[in-house]
Write a protein that binds this ligand. Structure first.
Ligand code: ATP
Ligand code: MG
Length: 332
């Protein structure tokens, strides 16, 4: 790992939640100590692709997402945190890569397909939205990264990246771009508190790292368990039970959890006691993050982002130069 570089990012479409924590932030914390370099991108350009009518939400969230990074323990002296729109080279790389991806390839992307349905675009899919996976190829390749810590919804983007990398290197007969590997965590996709397949900012079905104690409690107590578990003595189902899914992701004592599952399946364990355990687990996890978060100032976050963006831009300039040189489009 000592020679690895990672690149990852988040859309500033809202604050970060437990899905980010379990799916990607925990891996980033580990990797910031193990890798040679790391870049974290606040993907404002990508967030605008489906929030173009409300840029103020995106702009406000840039600082919020950065606060989440620092509050969980990302160290800006080790990791370059930057804003996507401050690196125009990424847009230029995107334009070149667009020539290497077909429209039908984009339309087959299962994550984009699900998002198009969720956003009710019908026949009016914005070109920018359909193409965001290509802009992600630019983001991933621009920093010479080989590892990408992400949730499983990003696997189609990593696959596309490697297709473009191979195609580009073959076409121009040079090893200019690097293939990348996704780094998945044990919780590859945290479900929503409503039981939806994915907790997401856009669906508003998540527990956020900035949530206060009573909001966390309300959200935990609103989770459904097993609708057929009516009396405490009834045998209950563990699969598809939102409370158990969250305990699986966040309750550290796995042996005790196995015992609880057995007890619940047999009957005699109440939903309230399970929810109380999950509430305590999440309060213990989130309260230090929230307290740290509340101490962070907007100006400090902007300083981190501006400094990081200058460093990131130098790296992206080099990659753009290499890409253009490989194609032979260097006129001066
Ligand atoms: P949006 O709804 O705006 O797309 P999001 O909640 O999906 O927001 P992103 O910024 O798109 O968050 O994702 C950032 C990273 O967090 C990606 O690597 C993604 O895979 C991961 N991630 C997001 N939600 C989850 C989740 N529920 N479980 C695991 N990983 C997640
Ligand atoms: Mg997303």
């Amino acid at each position: 790992m000592k020679y690895d570089t990672f690149l990852t990012g988040d859309r500033p479409s809202g604050k970060l939640h437990l899905g980010h924590y379990a799916g990607s932030l925990k891996n980033r914390l580990r990797m910031q100590d193990e890798c040679l370099k790391g870049y974290i991108m606040v993907a404002d350009v990508q967030a605008l692709s489906d929030n173009f009518a409300s840029p103020e939400k995106v702009i406000k969230s840039v600082v919020e997402v950065t606060k989440d990074y620092i509050a969980v323990g990302i160290n800006p002296f080790k990791i370059t945190i930057f804003i996507q729109s401050l690196i125009p080279e990424l847009a230029e790389l995107t334009i070149y890569y667009m020539n290497m991806v077909s429209v039908s390839r984009l339309e087959r992307n299962p994550t984009v397909k699900a998002e198009i349905k969720q956003k009710n675009y019908g026949e009016s899919i914005p070109v920018g939205f359909l193409c965001y996976p290509i802009s992600q190829v630019a983001d991933i390749t621009a920093f010479d990264a080989n590892l990408v810590p992400v949730g499983d919804d990003q696997l189609p983007m990593i696959e596309l990246t490697n297709e473009v990398v191979r195609r580009f290197n073959r076409l121009y007969d040079k090893e200019v771009l690097k293939e990348v590997t996704a780094v998945l965590s044990k919780t590859q996709r945290l479900i929503g508190i409503d039981g939806n397949a994915k907790a997401s900012k856009s669906l508003g079905n998540a527990i956020f790292l900035a949530d206060d104690a009573s909001t966390i409690k309300d959200k935990v107590y609103s989770m459904f368990t097993d609708p057929d578990h009516i009396r405490v003595s009834d045998p209950g189902k563990v699969d598809g039970n939102v409370v158990f899914t969250y305990l699986d992701a966040f309750f550290e004592n796995k042996e005790e959890l196995e015992e609880l599952k057995k007890h619940y399946k047999k009957g005699g364990l109440s939903d309230i006691s399970l929810k109380s355990l999950l509430n305590k687990t999440l309060q213990d996890l989130i309260s230090p993050i929230r307290e740290k978060r509340e101490s962070l100032k907007q100006d400090e976050m902007m300083d981190i982002l501006i400094t990081g963006s200058k460093i990131a831009r130098e790296a992206a300039k080099q990659t753009l130069y290499n890409v253009k040189s490989a194609m032979g489009i260097t006129y001066c």
